[in-house]
Design a protein around this ligand. Structure first.
Ligand code: TEU
Length: 529
């Protein structure tokens, strides 16, 4: 089948925070429909919806109660069908989040089919990714069930063939509706070591990340479901190495089209994600280079800085104070000219930033609250914990989309479920009318990907490897060269001017024939045909 997703750009929508059409403070499907022209104008090809299924929302929809119903706050199945039709009318595609490592404990399966889940008489020492033990005692069954995430997200037992058939049936049901693919939530956690050994060095993850039967299960899923449709699949795979990625994405293996690596999201963490450490640009460069090389001509990369679980990249790797617009555009340039399919997370195209609420009560995320309680008990100070939340908390990404300078950023006429970032009067989507805005810049980058084949097919060479401020690389295809220079610092720097024509940059085109001065957070791309 044609690999149309290689030239595509994906836009991730977190429906709860995208657009509220009915004033209840929660984003919804009709709100998304209202904004489809905005997305079409941006030029993105594929929309990925975070979960919209019926859910008690312990983890904002990643705890599914019924895979065949729409969450009531988001609308109805009729709204969904209309959304899908309107997306297709605009020649875009729609992919859904597939959450099948676990369900909600309120799913009918958990109530009536205990064999669908994982039970033990005694817990082992594995830890939940969201704090505490990964095992919860169930009074009714007098046994412990496994939950790698919250207590309300029991893990499915993929060893049971009935579980697999039930999941495949559900997937076919959505694909037959005409959706264009899946983003598969923690799909590399579905196979656990059947001995459930204690983990004396870690939290247990080595016994379930990329586990013993994960490739067997994915091949079966591909054969029985995916291969029958012209779709795109991306696996979310924390802890996957480049070696794992080759196995998941090499088309000869018939598993997935691409995966999300987490390695570049862990370079600014010391121990757990909450233990902060500054990013060394050299580490980021080495890491991106490794992934570019490992999958070139073998598999396929996904490219991302942001999603609903990560802080805003302009606050994280850029400079959201003095150089917000410059650094937002620089980061986009750096990512979008690499090989792979880029993912833009809602608001990234506006240069939206992290948020700092004074009180823990203003936060909504279950991971943040669990960590807060745990660390207070461990003796961390409130101030220290808040610093971690400001830097890494998931609600940084989840504050509502900033559409305009109207109250609540034009997101809702009611009270938003999570406060809007107070900077909405300056940072909002009205910037799309400004030719120099972050939005307009993203639009141009998205368009280049469609017209310049070298972006999709060219090979990758890292330049100035030892430089601590400059991320520079070359893409080559035949005699053509695309050169990208990105300044990750507020210092000006002078480098030899690359050959070819100036293609795009985040300042006025640079002067100088031999040399090129890179201004603070400047990015430039040159194309030599
Ligand atoms: O996230 C999986 C994952 O590994 C997370 O632990 C991620 O590393 C963490 O959120 C970072 O703080 C997926 C979803 O993207 C996330 O929203 C869900 O909460 C989680 O699975 C459970 O479904």
């Amino acid at each position: 089948m044609e690999e149309w997703w290689k030239k595509a750009t994906v836009y991730q929508i977190y429906p709860r925070s995208f657009m509220d059409s009915d004033g209840d403070g929660i984003g919804d499907l009709r709100g998304i429909i209202q904004k489809l022209d905005y997305l079409k104008e941006l030029g993105v090809d594929i929309l990925w919806l975070s979960p919209v299924y019926d859910s008690p929302n312990d983890d904002n929809g990643y705890d599914i109660r019924n895979y065949h119903e729409i969450m009531s706050e988001f609308g109805t199945m009729a709204d969904f069908d209309e959304l899908l039709e309107e997306v297709h009318n605009r020649e875009m595609k729609l992919i859904m989040d597939l959450v099948v490592n676990h369900t909600s404990d309120e799913h009918e399966w958990f109530q009536t089919k205990p064999d669908f889940y994982i039970w033990r008489d005694e817990p082992n020492n594995w830890r939940s990714i969201f704090s505490g033990s990964a095992w919860q005692y169930d009074e009714k069954r007098a046994r412990y069930y496994l939950h790698l995430f919250t207590k309300k997200q029991p893990d499915l037992n993929w060893e049971n063939p009935e579980v697999r058939e039930a999941v495949y049936g559900m997937m076919r049901w959505w694909l037959d509706k005409g959706i264009d693919g899946f983003r598969m939530d923690v799909i590399n956690l579905i196979s656990k070591d059947p001995l459930f050994p204690d983990d004396d060095k870690g939290n247990g993850s080595m016994h379930y990340m990329n586990g013993p039967k994960v490739h067997e299960h994915l091949k079966e899923m591909n054969e029985k479901v995916l291969s029958h449709y012209d779709i795109v699949t991306v696996g979310e795979t924390p802890g996957a190495s480049t070696k794992d990625a080759v196995i998941y994405t090499d088309p000869a293996n018939k598993e997935l089209n691409m995966i999300f690596t987490f390695e570049h999201m862990e370079l600014d963490q010391a121990g757990e994600k909450w233990d902060l450490k500054p990013l060394r640009l050299i580490d980021l460069k080495e890491n991106k280079e490794k992934w570019q090389h490992a999958l070139h001509t073998v598999g396929w990369n996904s490219l991302y800085w942001n999603n609903h679980d990560q802080p805003r990249v302009v606050s994280r790797f850029g400079n959201d104070k003095e150089f917000r617009e410059e650094s937002a555009k620089m980061l986009a340039t750096c990512l979008h000219f690499m090989q792979g399919t880029p993912y833009i997370y809602q608001g990234e195209e506006l240069g939206m930033t992290n948020v700092r609420f004074d009180s823990i009560d203003e936060y909504r995320d279950v991971e943040t609250h669990n960590m807060y309680k745990e660390r207070i008990e461990l003796g961390f100070s409130h101030e220290d914990i808040m610093q971690s939340i400001y830097a890494k908390g998931r609600d940084n990404a989840r504050t509502p989309m900033q559409w305009s300078a109207e109250p609540n950023g034009g997101f809702t006429t009611g009270t938003p479920w999570l406060s809007v970032n107070p900077n909405y009067p300056e940072i909002n989507a009205e910037q799309r009318h400004d030719v120099n805005s972050v939005y307009t810049y993203y639009r141009a980058l998205i368009a280049f990907r469609k017209t310049l084949d070298i972006v999709t097919t060219g090979d990758f060479t890292l330049l100035y490897r030892e430089d601590e401020d400059i991320f520079a690389y070359e893409r080559k295809r035949g005699d053509d060269t695309l050169t990208v220079y990105c300044n990750f610092s507020a210092n000006s720097r002078t480098l030899p001017r690359p050959s070819g024509e100036f293609l795009i940059g985040n300042y006025e085109p640079p002067a100088g024939e031999e040399e090129l001065e890179l201004r603070p957070y400047e990015a430039v791309a040159f194309y030599d045909e």
